[in-house]
Design a binder for this molecule. Structure first.
Ligand code: NAG
Length: 341
């Protein structure tokens, strides 16, 4: 699949569709960009037949407590059965306050020594959550962590291109007004984000351009905060206003997020977007918002678990699992294949 981006890129590691090296090293293309150029792109190999399988987990880093380890164990089992190609983390990677620095033992205690299954030794494409912004954000983004554990690929906003689908990871934290309120009960590490409005404007422009230029069969957008949710936090109005119109205009198929500690599927009302929350990586049980608008709600579970996603050029299936690996909800979308030039 060709890319029409005008970034200067060079490849590192195996070529597109290349064989993974030991430790599941990703074949990646790093694009170095200035403050206002395009988003970094990774090339991720799919299976030889073009199919792609992955897991999505969010809101997890609690040193194994709150059933994090049990979820991890089942992710390992299902991941093995599916032969997953990579993992997506929807953020809130380290509780309560992100990492204190690149030498914070929480990285090992909440990540490396928890997700130990062989099947999970694949790239972890990771966004930041609001709790991550309460610590040293630059630590999570640092290549030092990538050296400690090569599967760790955390960035603010970036793109993962595969043969079958393009994934657009969007840093949703700067959008949320509440985090910028003064006074604030928490402090956020906004280094690299201020001035806020320019950051948001630039990010939206880049996401719009990238989505428009993508010729992928499936377009999947990942952020930490939900656009729509009937959980504890609920809809993120800032994203509803600023991000959703861009996703709808560009025919995005799935919007995947965490933040609400639940598993959830809502079908779009104004467009065919499916809104999927996978935020059940550890602490859960926050109930449902009784007053929330339930239009399009297909599934809601406020306990622990994770999600899988399987894609072929004409089919997309996602499945939600609880912490015993039991299937709770399953959904399939088909697309006609077009062979037009
Ligand atoms: C862990 O999972 C068990 C079994 O589902 C559940 O009974 C328990 O409440 C969970 N613990 C926490 C802290 O959520």
């Amino acid at each position: 699949m060709g890319s029409s981006f005008k970034t200067s890129c060079f490849g590192v590691g195996a070529p597109f569709n290349g064989v993974f090296l030991a430790l599941g090293l990703v074949s990646m293309t790093l694009c170095f960009s200035g403050a206002f150029s395009e988003l970094t792109k990774f090339q991720q190999g799919a299976k030889p037949d073009g199919s792609l399988d992955l897991l999505v987990v969010g809101d997890w880093g609690r040193k194994g407590t709150y059933n994090q380890s049990k979820v991890a164990e089942q992710m390992g089992r299902i991941g093995n059965e599916m032969g997953i190609d990579f993992v997506i983390s929807t953020g809130d990677n380290f509780y309560d306050n992100g990492l204190t620095g690149v030498d914070d033992p929480a990285f090992e205690q909440s990540f490396t020594s928890i997700y130990t299954a062989q099947s999970l030794q694949k790239p972890w494409y990771t966004v930041l959550g609001n709790h991550d912004y309460r610590g040293d954000v630059l630590a999570q983004l640092s290549p030092v962590l990538r050296k400690l554990n090569s599967r760790w690929l955390c960035m603010r906003s970036f793109i993962v291109e595969t043969e079958t689908a393009d994934f657009f990871f969007v840093d949703t934290n700067p959008f949320v007004d509440e985090y910028w309120a003064i006074p604030n009960e928490h402090s956020y590490d906004w280094r690299g984000v201020i001035p806020r409005h320019r950051y948001i404007e630039t990010l939206l422009k880049h996401v719009d351009v990238a989505l428009r230029e993508s010729s992928a069969k499936w377009k999947i957008v990942v952020g930490h905060h939900p656009i729509r949710s009937v959980g504890h936090h609920g809809n993120t109005v800032e994203l509803d206003q600023l991000l959703l119109p861009i996703l709808e205009a560009n025919h995005v198929d799935l919007y995947v997020n965490g933040h609400d500690h639940c598993l959830e599927h809502i079908s779009g009302i104004t467009s065919p977007i499916q809104f999927l929350t996978s935020g059940g990586g550890s602490k859960a049980w926050r109930g449902i918002d009784d007053s929330a608008n339930k239009d399009g709600l297909r599934f809601y579970y406020d306990g622990q678990g994770f999600m899988s996603l399987s894609l072929t050029p004409d089919r997309c299936e996602f499945v939600f699992y609880d912490l015993n690996g039991q299937v709770l909800h399953k959904w399939e979308i088909s697309k006609e294949l077009h062979f037009a030039n």
